[in-house]
Design a protein around this ligand. Structure first.
Ligand code: ADP
Length: 347
């Protein structure tokens, strides 16, 4: 069987999809019951939302952290739906001036939800607006300049801030401490991802058999956004081939054509590992060097590529830099000569 390539992914497309710019709103679960996996977080949120609803209060502020594509934005919008609140969404890089944030806060109605994505990128002066807003429900600002300057306090309606971050370690301690609940989303296991693949395939009207579903899940980098992306790319092949049924062989063939290997690695992941191994004898090699060699931003490597490879045990992060593990050599079919400590003469 030959599979034509209806939509070759460019690296830009892949990045857009990894970062969510091409997410299909129709695939986003709308209620907690449709959100698959992350059971512990779901259970805790369920209680907190029910309690806030019964007391007629705004939900406590929530911080969601974890790698891109694991469902932080989805959970935030679900919280709003379950709480019966209006959902206002923005991202920290879009808030450049404290006055913009202050305005956003004053426009919120009782129990509204303000979602700030990438909250670790909020500037210091904007953060300072949030402290009293989150803690005491007011904002302070200064009118005028010099000796006549006056401090004015403005009360806000009770609201919930939901912050999302891929880098919780970069969040300042004062901001972090103002969140009443903090949840770290984990990578998904194959069972949960299979359910997500099955759901997406169903929503897109595709007939995936059980093995095709598992095979797609297994190459989805433990990430729902990637699972959805793969199902949509397979759908392109289904359309072009005029197929009615998707089996495991077809999935493998489509994904190989897209450059997604058996572990779910894409071309850039493999290039990074190869560089560490072939140029630096496995490492350590600094992030800046890797970023220059592959011509990608350090942030893209750190946020979109490394977390999964670290989780899979293909690389390690040390104080000296990144290192490829024995598993990476084996995966790429390259000879492994042991570590520097085991075989110092080879390094
Ligand atoms: P993040 O904000 O963490 O980058 P998103 O919430 O935007 O991730 O999720 C990416 C996509 O993956 C969403 O459009 C949604 O369709 C899907 N998704 C994420 N988590 C789940 C889940 N638990 N169950 C089903 N689909 C999910």
């Amino acid at each position: 069987m030959t599979v034509r390539n209806p939509a070759a992914d460019s690296p830009e497309d892949l990045r857009d999809e990894l970062e969510g710019r091409l997410d299909d709103p129709a695939l986003r679960p709308a209620r907690l019951g449709d959100f698959i996996g992350q059971e512990r977080i779901r259970a805790k949120l369920d209680v907190a939302i029910q309690a806030a609803r019964q007391r007629g209060e705004a939900l406590d502020h929530v911080l969601l952290s974890g790698p891109p594509g694991l469902g932080k934005t989805t959970l935030a919008s679900i919280i709003a739906a379950e709480r019966g609140s209006s959902f206002h969404s923005t991202s920290a890089p879009a808030i450049t001036r404290p006055a913009d944030l202050a305005r956003l806060l004053t426009l919120l109605e009782d129990r509204d939800i303000l979602f700030i994505d990438e909250i670790h990128r909020l500037g210091r002066s904007c953060e300072e607006i949030l402290y009293p807003a989150m803690e005491d429900g007011h904002i302070d600002f200064i009118i005028g300049e010099g000796p006549t300057a006056q401090s004015v306090q403005l009360s806000l309606k009770p609201f919930t801030l939901i912050g999302a971050t891929t880098r919780s370690g970069m969040l300042s301690a004062p901001l972090k401490s103002r969140f009443g609940m903090e949840f770290k989303l984990e990578f998904y296991d194959t069972d949960s991802l299979s359910r997500i693949v099955a759901r997406t395939a169903g929503l897109l009207g595709l007939n995936f058999d059980h093995h095709a579903t598992r095979a797609t899940a297994a190459r989805s980098r433990m990430t729902p956004r990637v699972a959805n992306r793969l199902v949509k790319r397979i759908r392109d092949y289904v359309t072009v081939e005029g197929r009615t049924h998707v089996d495991e062989d077809f999935v493998h063939e489509c994904l190989s054509r897209l450059g997604v290997d058996t572990l779910g690695l894409v071309e850039l992941d493999r290039r990074l590992l190869r560089l560490m191994i072939e140029r630096y004898k496995g490492g350590p090699v600094g992030l800046r060097t890797l970023s220059a060699l592959v011509d990608e931003e350090e942030r893209t490597l750190e946020e979109d590529h490394e977390p999964f490879m670290l989780r899979m045990g293909l690389m390690e992060k040390t104080a000296q830099g990144r290192m490829a593990t024995q598993k990476a050599y084996e995966h790429l079919g390259l000879p492994y000569a042991g570590t520097r400590d085991e075989n110092p003469q080879l390094f």
